[in-house]
Design a protein around this ligand. Structure first.
Ligand code: PRX
Length: 677
């Protein structure tokens, strides 16, 4: 049982949830960066968009949908909210996402424009124009269809960030088969549960990818996941990337280079209804089981294209855009695949880590391709800050003209460093707030329009209605803090949780009636600008990745040594939050291992990596004799967070046994009980 929803801590009238590094500055932040006249003069976004959208929000989105997306059957209906919270946008229109992302650019004479500059970790490169992409996507679509994948069938994708990942997603979209991308860093166990939940018929994977200079295998995890039983899967298509040996199941496994290369390069995109599911993407919630968030076609594409064009000020003929996210996350879906390609952008994708083979790799890539727009996460910026400005300073970054941030609150100092060191004190910064569920950016400055403030995402985009409310759903006044909510439906809104409509209603629409509860704490400053303060539920944000405390607890207690576990997200200077676990060992194990905390720690960390993936590994595991619980048996994570962050433990009066915190504190004082990497 968990303390749910965890109450944010109150500092005066500001709600300050844990894990908001540097945000103590927010009440005194005075720095302002108005757009330069030169930037404003050429900007895609214009200030009048807000008034236009406010006057008729659905009408505004209908205009965007007509302008930015090509429909095979134009829609006549815009918004249907009559069955709230289930929404329909542009419902009688028909279209195809891959046609929109690829073919129409070729038809418009841009076939020679580079769509993807791929940079492998080892320095190998590939360039795909829009015409190349059209050919490759068509071939893959034909190959998938030949394996029996039809419109509506689900395809699981477990690939490194290589062109085939983008091609596969688009090939699925081309045949109307919703894709479910599973991040390559997730374990066989996590992959298995996602394949089962979506009942995927095809899994597309690779022998492996390159990570930190070494090949890192992927196919064995697919084999292991399928060995657990996956009756829906009939084929596994395997891209040869690293050349590692792979086990092979005849009749089930198919090489990409055999099936796709032999397929016809002509494929007619399948028209689907606007509300046809485009993809499922699993994300962590407050309970143990990840949620299959699903998005549909027309509304999602509309908002992906609109936001990408306006928030990044994209000029498709001249910009070189680079979003550093992996396609395993929503940022990769909307701002590597659909947004940029819908807008005919030229972009960079990079397979590896920022420090392979050296800590200047990202900046070398910016210089090499003349990247003009860079979109990344605060954790990456803070890591580069730690490595030192002298590294990026060795490269020519003068091509950059817009910088974006996403995934977690960006502390003002990281924002300032990003602007000064990477952006040469010249580039606008857009701090973009959104979620897997929102599908596309919701709150962000508009470059060329908004006067920016370090650390604030500031204003809902035109066409978006967001607010900060108190416990009774009342908007807080300027200067007040509360919960971030979205008060009107938006085109790229999630359409539900795959196979679980009740969970969809409970999770997002039951906290406040008929308004969407995002799970984030926020504050309005004196100008009414929004500052995001982190999650107020049992979701942690580690390096911009969402992790559920309950999911990691379930993983820990599935180990035979563990009797009970409680997990908290502790503030971490680089990663925003870090996973800290408190475990009670089983009596018999505690006897044998109490003196060897290092073994316990390593064994359990490895176990969590196996159950979920390396990203979920606790930074620290503390062996304790008791956990603090209320009289009704709920774990008081707030107190554990105090311990994990080395703070004075807060109000413990509601504990069933008030001596527990003393016991924990005493236990932690013993060196054998606590160790850290
Ligand atoms: O807590 C917010 C944080 O990331 C959560 C959404 O995570 P996910 O669905 O994985 O999507 C991440 C990429 C869109 C949010 O509930 N978050 C995202 N962007 C920001 C942010 N927190 C503060 N500022 C942001 N710009």
């Amino acid at each position: 049982m968990t303390e749910q929803p965890a109450a944010p801590t109150s500092t005066g009238d500001a709600v300050v949830p844990p894990g908001s590094p540097g945000l103590e500055n927010l009440l005194t932040e005075e720095r302002r960066f108005p757009p330069s006249p030169e930037f404003a003069a050429q900007a895609n976004a214009t200030p009048d968009a807000y008034a236009w959208a406010n006057a008729d929000r659905p009408g505004f989105w209908a205009d965007q949908a007509r302008e930015l997306v090509s429909w095979s059957t134009p829609f006549t209906q815009t918004l249907d909210w009559s069955d709230a919270p289930f929404v329909r946008w542009f419902a009688d229109g028909r279209l195809n996402a891959a046609y929109n992302a690829v073919d129409r650019h070729v038809e418009a004479g841009h076939g020679d424009r580079v769509a993807l500059h791929f940079e492998g970790e080892g320095g190998d490169t590939r360039t795909l124009t829009y015409a190349d992409l059209q050919r490759e996507v068509s071939k893959a679509a034909n190959a998938f269809a030949a394996l029996g994948v039809g419109t509506g069938d689900r395809v699981a994708i477990y690939l490194p960030l290589i062109p085939e990942a983008v091609i596969t997603m688009l090939a699925c979209a081309r045949i109307g088969a919703p894709h479910s991308v599973v991040f390559g860093g997730f374990s066989a166990e996590a992959l298995s549960s996602r394949i089962l939940d979506a009942e995927a018929t095809l899994v597309v994977t690779a022998d492996g990818g390159f990570r930190r200079g070494k090949p890192s295998a992927l196919k064995p995890a697919v084999d292991e996941a399928l060995a657990k039983g996956a009756p829906s899967v009939s084929h596994v298509m395997v891209v040869r990337r690293t050349g590692q040996p792979v086990d092979w199941t005849d009749g089930r496994d198919v090489w990409w280079h055999e099936a796709v290369d032999a397929a016809s390069a002509t494929h007619a995109p399948v028209d689907v209804e606007a509300e046809h599911p485009l993809f499922i993407l699993y994300t962590s919630g407050t309970t143990g089981k990840p949620k299959g968030i699903f998005h549909t076609t027309g509304g999602y594409l509309t908002q992906a294209a609109y936001t990408h064009l306006n928030v990044f000020d994209l000029k498709p003929e001249t910009d070189v855009y680079w979003c550093t996210a992996d396609v395993g996350w929503i940022t990769g879906h909307t701002y590597v695949v659909y947004g940029p390609l819908l807008n005919g952008a030229t972009q960079v994708i990079y397979e590896g880590t920022p420090d392979t083979p050296h800590r200047g790799r990202w900046w070398e890539i910016v210089q090499k391709y003349g990247v003009t727009i860079l979109y990344t996460a605060p954790t990456a910026i803070r890591t580069c800050m730690k490595w030192g400005a002298e590294i990026p300073e060795q490269f020519d970054l003068s091509s950059l003209r817009v910088l974006g941030s996403v995934g977690e609150p960006i502390n003002p100092e990281a924002w300032m460093w990003y602007r000064r060191v990477i952006g040469g004190d010249r580039t606008p910064i857009v701090d973009t707030w959104w979620q897997t569920e929102t599908g596309a950016i919701m709150i962000s400055p508009l470059p060329g329009v908004t006067e920016t403030k370090p650390g604030s995402a500031q204003v809902p985009l035109p066409g978006i209605a967001a607010d900060v409310v108190d416990d009774d759903a009342q908007p807080v006044p300027n200067g007040g803090g509360g919960y971030l909510v979205l008060t009107e439906p938006w085109p790229s809104m999630l359409r539900g949780i795959w196979g679980d409509p009740d969970r969809y209603k409970d999770t997002y629409w039951s906290r406040f009636r008929n308004i969407y509860f995002a799970g984030d704490g926020a504050k309005k400053d004196d100008d009414g600008d929004i500052w995001l303060l982190g999650r107020v539920d049992d979701v942690m944000n580690v390096s911009g990745h969402r992790l559920s405390t309950t999911e990691i607890e379930s993983a820990l207690v599935s180990h035979p040594w563990v009797a009970e576990a409680a997990v908290v997200g502790a503030t971490d200077e680089t990663t925003g939050q870090a996973v800290v676990a408190f475990v009670i060992l089983r009596g018999d194990v505690a006897e044998g291992h109490a003196a060897d905390a290092a073994t316990v720690q390593e064994t359990l960390r490895t176990h969590v990596a196996k159950e979920i993936g390396p990203i979920a590994k606790p930074r620290q595991i503390l062996v304790v004799a008791e956990l603090p619980k209320t009289r009704s048996g709920k774990i008081m994570r707030r107190l554990l967070r105090d311990v994990a962050e080395h703070r004075q433990v807060g109000d413990a009066t509601t504990l069933a046994d008030s001596s527990v915190m003393d016991l924990i504190a005493q236990g932690l004082a013993t060196p054998a009980a606590a160790s850290q990497d």
